[in-house]
Design a protein around this ligand. Sequence first.
Ligand code: ATP
Ligand code: MG
Length: 385
Amino acid sequence: MQYIAPGATLGVMGGGQLGRMFAHAAQQMGYFTAVLDADADSPAGLIAHHHVRSGYLDEAGLAELARHSAAITTEFENVPAQALAALAKTRPVAPGAAAVAVCQDRAAEKAHFVSCGVPCAPHALIETAGHLAGIDVSLLPGILKTARLGYDGKGQVRVRTREELAAAWAELKQAPCVLEKMLPLAYEVSVIVARGHDGQVVHFPLQQNLHRDGILAVTQVPSPDLTPPVQQRAIEAAETIASALKYVGVLCVEFFVLADGSVVANEMAPRPHNSGHYSIDACDVSQFDLQVRAMTGTPLVAPRLHSPAVMLNLLGDLWFRHGDTEVAPPWDRILALPGTHLHLYGKASARPGRKMGHLTITGAMAQQARDTALAACDLLGLERF
Ligand code: ATP
Ligand code: MG
């Protein structure tokens, strides 16, 4: 692929916060940006040079995005793979439709992990009443997850018995699901890699992630619990997973670490990831910079963490601490703390569970970043970690 120099326009499918931060990175490097999203107020659409307001499968919309763009990427995991395949007929598209399709289906994703020799949780596919009846009870207690379209813990039900499993499958409208055995997690980490058209792969330092109610709450880098063997296994696994997909772009692989140090792949995202947002403020190149580099054929460089960091997700719940009326958190008091970097995504209204922004806290030492993050938690009314 030919190098695409600044001055060109880069297109992105999806107008959420990931698209917005991608556009910021692209614009900083001198690229113009085009966003396809049906929502007039989408976070990325608001700041892009061109906003194509159409659905992901709208032919005219796709043609308009292609007309603007020298190359196209995606920020939304559930962009239909056929839309990416259609765009790829006229423009370089990274990541490609085939790789994204694997990430969109939990069953295909797990099969890919297994084919790469990367362990994942014991699981079974449930697509029919027969599958349900034949479930091996050793998978219980477990988590029933829809095979497609789940995110932020949506489309998941925890089940302890066969009866609960049957009820949960009914609740999920008998959609194709994966039942996963509930594993005793010691901690969770993610590895973000970027892979170029030429096969070069670089990775970020591992992020340690704390989820609450199935949603990422806190990311810490360096990871406080990580051991060198776990780090090595997770990085090797993520690089193998990306290379086997012939992946181009930024890919995040989430891992569970069990008490015995074993590393189990959970899922992957074919795009920059919430757990990598800290890289904007704490690394010399961010995950969004690397997305721009990968899709434009710019050489990749290994990112360097220059400051230990803690990232706190700012969910809409924080706007409703004082009752039903929406009240913004006291940003002035939070920004008075040293090393705080506030990122708000420009969403017009807050809703419980909605990702409104994030706060990254950097420090000279990890302890300092943590202490400041705890002070920020207190001011925000967030549970300490
Ligand atoms: P997202 O896309 O936002 O990362 P998701 O909705 O796809 O989330 P998962 O990553 O599958 O959800 O699960 C969310 C969290 O639930 C995990 O990070 C982990 O904390 C917990 N979890 C999921 N599966 C298991 C499991 N098999 N055993 C133990 N905990 C689990
Ligand atoms: Mg997840």
